[in-house]
Design a protein around this ligand. Structure first.
Ligand code: NAP
Length: 215
């Protein structure tokens, strides 16, 4: 007998490296995926079952509103440049949060970076001496995205991965609340997607940051 799809999940950043794993994992975990991005029609087939394509620009309130219509939950893997001039991560998240608070699903699982985890209570890793200069600008973008989420009324989870490898899921990884997880300080995009989709329903890390690492 054909199984029922459980939820419709809008995926921001769906065309990116992690986003494409999120689409596959969403469908594999028996949900319908709605992929959002400027390039969805270039990246995905319109023929694929349980996949809807929503072409759009993150800075457009109308595009985001359309992408959220009828969705039960949201995943975000928004990316962009690394030098801080590309504001997709921060302004994009602000627009998503505002639209979800107005009218939309309440559940979101989004990606940040490992610098946003705690070094100790009250200090982020990126605030510690020795944090690599080359990651500062992008981490400050993630910080703003985190501030938008954490001051919202949404049921948010902010996953803060170390280095992400373009590789499939091993389902062998650790997670940790607000602090880095034990293990190799890297994670496959497949495992990251596996965790994020599972967490949409598991709700084990509501309103917190999550460290994740391959075993
Ligand atoms: N790579 C790592 O080792 C690593 C480690 C820790 C954290 N991260 C974080 O993980 C996240 C995902 O990384 P990734 O490598 O998968 O990113 P990516 O391949 O660069 O993909 C970026 C995604 O963001 C979307 N996007 C960017 N600007 C947009 C805009 N103005 N409107 C609509 N969509 C926009 C792109 O969609 P379109 O181009 O189709 O519009 C694309 O789907 C990033 O935030 C990154 O900082 C990465």
């Amino acid at each position: 007998m054909k199984q029922m799809k459980q939820m419709k999940v809008t995926i921001f950043g769906a065309t990116g490296m992690v986003g494409q794993y999120l689409v596959d994992e969403t469908i594999a975990q028996l949900h319908t995926a709605r992929a959002f991005g400027r390039n969805v029609f270039e990246v995905f087939s319109t023929e694929r079952t349980y996949l809807e394509l929503s072409k759009g620009y993150l800075f457009s309130e109308d595009d985001i509103k359309k992408a959220l219509k009828g969705a039960d939950a949201v995943l975000s893997a928004i990316g962009g440049g690394f030098d801080g001039t590309d504001r997709a991560r921060s302004i994009g998240m602000k627009k998503i949060v505002e639209a979800m608070e107005k009218k939309g699903p309440k559940r979101i699982v989004a990606i940040g970076g490992a610098g946003l985890l705690n070094a100790d209570e009250g200090t982020f890793i990126y605030e510690m001496p020795g944090f690599p200069e080359k990651y500062k600008a992008v981490t400050l973008e993630h910080r703003q995205a985190y501030d938008h989420l954490s001051s919202s009324s949404l049921d948010w989870t902010f996953v803060c991965p170390p280095i992400i490898l373009d590789a499939k899921a091993t389902e062998s990884y650790n997670t940790n609340r607000n602090y880095p997880a034990e293990g190799n300080q890297q994670i496959t995009a497949g495992d990251l997607a596996h965790f994020m989709v599972k967490e949409l329903i598991a709700n084990e890390y509501l309103k917190c940051r999550v460290g994740i690492a391959s075993v």
